[in-house]
Design a protein around this ligand. Structure first.
Ligand code: ADP
Ligand code: MG
Length: 348
């Protein structure tokens, strides 16, 4: 065993996959999560169940670990900041604060001269009324959204009356992009100008939830290069340490837009576990624990499907797989509609 203990905030499937990758590198993991049923507790060395603002438990956690990371972005900034005074938190707390706020995130990307969708901050219903040139659009909460939660598609202003929008929250209104495709680029940055980058992954969402990912993405050389260059620019600008994912839109005229940045390992990168010599999870651990950087090599093309809600059942009952297929059950306690329960990767 190495003498590194990695602390991970968050105990969902990404925490499980990080723990599995850590074990392979002889690194111990302690997961801290506010959900007592967190699936990652089955894969880590130690599990702490406590609230993210529990100062005593947070301090106790920091004492036990060598370095800290997180597997989801909605962790209070204060918690990350306090932890960072005790042990290094990677990616650094200021990066998380920037990215967890859709408005700050989009302003940051635009300052780098990188295209995003058109957007405007909305604080109340009145502000929405004169904005018909942003329609059809999507109203999104500025914080805490994932898998399409906190989003309201709006076709025209008349619809507003019927949508029960909670205006105690802050929003952005985003113009709808006429999508041709969605892709993501996953990059792991180790230090200045030192990174490993995966080829772009093509993604299909259903009801705003990722359903299907594949490599190679069917895109032009120009878009391939632009999406990689933008990912590198963003990672360098943030002085990011660890694995980062950029979600992109491509419109019908082949324009590329940054949709959002995930300051963590990402669902679209699950196929890297089987399709590359080093997965996005292992790379994240290598970067945040300052281990050796290994040159990425693709082993195979691949596709992944997410098993959402009940779709897991038949795989659990009868997992007939070919040699090129890899099924992962997240072992979540309850099956819920729209909940990611597992995935299946097929090497091509
Ligand atoms: P989340 O944080 O829930 O992942 P996203 O902003 O990534 O939110 O939106 C989820 C999905 O909804 C996107 O991947 C895309 O399929 C669709 N979507 C979101 N915003 C737009 C937009 N402005 N134009 C077209 N499709 C969009
Ligand atoms: Mg998204």
């Amino acid at each position: 065993m190495s003498n590194i203990t990695l602390g991970i905030l968050g105990g969902g499937q990404l925490g499980s996959m990080l723990s599995i990758a850590a074990k392979k590198l002889d690194i111990k993991t302690i997961i801290y999560c506010d959900d007592k049923d967190a699936p990652a507790q089955k894969f880590c060395n130690e599990f702490i169940h406590a609230k993210y603002d529990d100062k005593k438990e947070i301090y106790n956690f920091a004492k036990k670990v060598s370095v800290i990371t997180y597997e989801f972005e909605n962790i209070p900034f204060e918690t990350l900041n306090e932890l960072n005074k005790l042990k290094t938190v990677s990616p650094k707390p200021s990066v998380n604060r920037l990215i967890q706020h859709r408005l700050a995130e989009k302003d940051f990307v635009n300052k780098l001269n990188i295209r995003t969708t058109r957007y405007v901050n909305i604080k109340n219903k009145e502000e929405l009324m004169p904005l018909s040139d942003f329609l059809p659009g999507i109203l999104k909460t500025t914080t805490m959204g994932y898998d399409g939660k906190g989003q309201y598609p709006i076709k025209n202003i008349d619809e507003l009356e019927n949508l029960n929008i909670d205006f105690t929250k802050d929003y952005i209104l985003e113009k709808l992009v006429k999508l041709k495709k969605e892709i993501s680029v996953i990059i792991t940055r180790f230090r200045n100008q030192k990174y490993e980058i995966y080829e772009p992954i093509e993604n299909i969402h259903e009801n705003q939830i990722l359903k299907h990912s594949k490599i190679p993405a069917d895109i032009s050389e120009k878009l391939l290069k632009q999406s990689r260059d933008w990912a590198i620019t963003i990672a360098e600008e943030l002085k990011y340490i660890g694995t980062l994912c950029i979600e992109y839109f491509i419109d019908r005229n082949d324009n590329l837009y940054v949709n959002e940045i995930a300051p963590r390992v990402h669902n679209s990168g699950h196929l890297t576990i089987n399709a590359y010599n080093v997965s996005q999870f292992e790379n994240h651990i290598r970067a945040v624990c300052s281990l050796e950087q290994i040159k990425l090599k693709k082993i195979s093309n691949a596709e992944m499907i997410n098993l959402i809600g009940n779709q897991i059942v038949s795989y659990r009952e009868n997992p007939i797989l070919n040699d090129n297929q890899f099924f992962f059950d997240y072992l979540k306690k309850e099956i819920k509609e729209k909940r990611k329960m597992g995935h299946l990767t097929t090497l091509k």
